[in-house]
Design a protein around this ligand. Structure first.
Ligand SMILES: [Zn+2]
Length: 291
């Protein structure tokens, strides 16, 4: 037998009441400390070195499959072809699980950045989930659709972000459902967390007496932002609002002891937020063989 060079596909199931939430690793994104706002790169490097984390930083990119009754929904869809061959594993994972693209009835978007919605469309911009409605906060839909956002994008990266969001909006057309509050599906509610993008939102999944907040991009760098929630990302659309949302959500989930999962938390990315002597700490869920 040849020595392994890669992990098996990143698939991890978690039962929340009668709902099964499957974390899917879409790949790893090679980041840089220059992405951070409010923290010098040498301090970020020191924090990662002290905690045995990668320098330069790597970010997990995750998305989620949610089964409630006979419904199948995705929360975000990973990168698709937006960031090359190290990302975009969602399609392989769905195939391995025996889920056809046509089986997905709903995609719940946390926001319209390329590492979250790139996987909704193919390289030519066509919808990959032919039967899915796309549920998104109206503030994100409005921001990315606005001609002023496109006109204001000066770098190639910014233009690429806007172009991809607009392609996804175009591909799903009249299958887009805008919602700012309430339940998108039974037991699945939107939790607005504005700042990273105007309509950035988490999705709260509740079943029986259990709940899970899939919080989107409240944290990009777990080795830094739990301890220092005041550190943001340079590409947050409204940096101050992003920090306020992060502090509010961490305080809420620590107080209520709500389980969380995130798109850039270390896979398999389920755990709790605990108060720490400085800021917060992430306490990952312990692996068990039963779901
Ligand atoms: Zn992201």
């Amino acid at each position: 037998m040849a020595a392994p060079t890669h992990q098996p596909l990143g698939i991890h199931h978690k039962r929340i009441g009668d709902t099964i939430v499957t974390a899917i690793n879409d790949g790893m994104f090679q980041g840089a400390f220059s992405m951070l706002a409010n923290l010098p790169e040498n301090e970020a490097t020191a924090m990662h070195e002290a905690s045995f984390r990668a320098v330069p930083p790597r970010l997990a990119v995750n998305c989620f499959l949610v089964r409630t009754g006979d419904r199948l929904a995705l929360v975000d869809a990973g990168c698709g072809v937006a960031f090359g061959a190290d990302l975009g594993r969602l399609a392989d994972v769905l195939a391995a699980m025996g889920v056809a693209a046509g089986d997905i009835g709903t995609v719940l978007a946390t926001h319209l950045h390329p590492d979250h919605i790139g996987g909704l469309i193919d390289g030519a911009g066509a919808a990959l989930f032919p039967n899915a409605e796309l549920v998104v906060h109206p503030a994100d839909h409005a921001f990315w659709s606005d001609e002023a956002t496109l006109a204001g994008a000066t770098t190639d990266q910014d233009k690429g972000f806007v172009t991809l969001a607009r392609s996804a909006i175009a591909a799903y057309g009249d299958r887009i459902r805008l919602m700012a509050s309430g339940e998108a599906l039974p037991g699945i509610s939107i939790v607005p967390e504005p700042g990273h993008t105007p309509g950035h939102s988490g999705w709260m999944i509740a079943s029986g007496n259990e709940s899970l907040l899939i919080w989107g991009d409240i944290v990009h760098m777990p080795g830094i932002q739990f301890k220092m929630p005041g550190v943001g990302m340079g590409f947050d659309i409204d940096g101050a609002a992003a920090i306020a949302s992060r502090q509010r959500i961490m305080d809420m989930t620590a107080t209520d002891r709500t389980m969380v999962a995130g798109m850039h938390l270390d896979f398999p990315c389920f755990g709790h937020v605990a108060r720490a002597s400085e800021g917060y700490a992430f306490v990952p869920e312990v692996w068990t063989p039963s779901v």
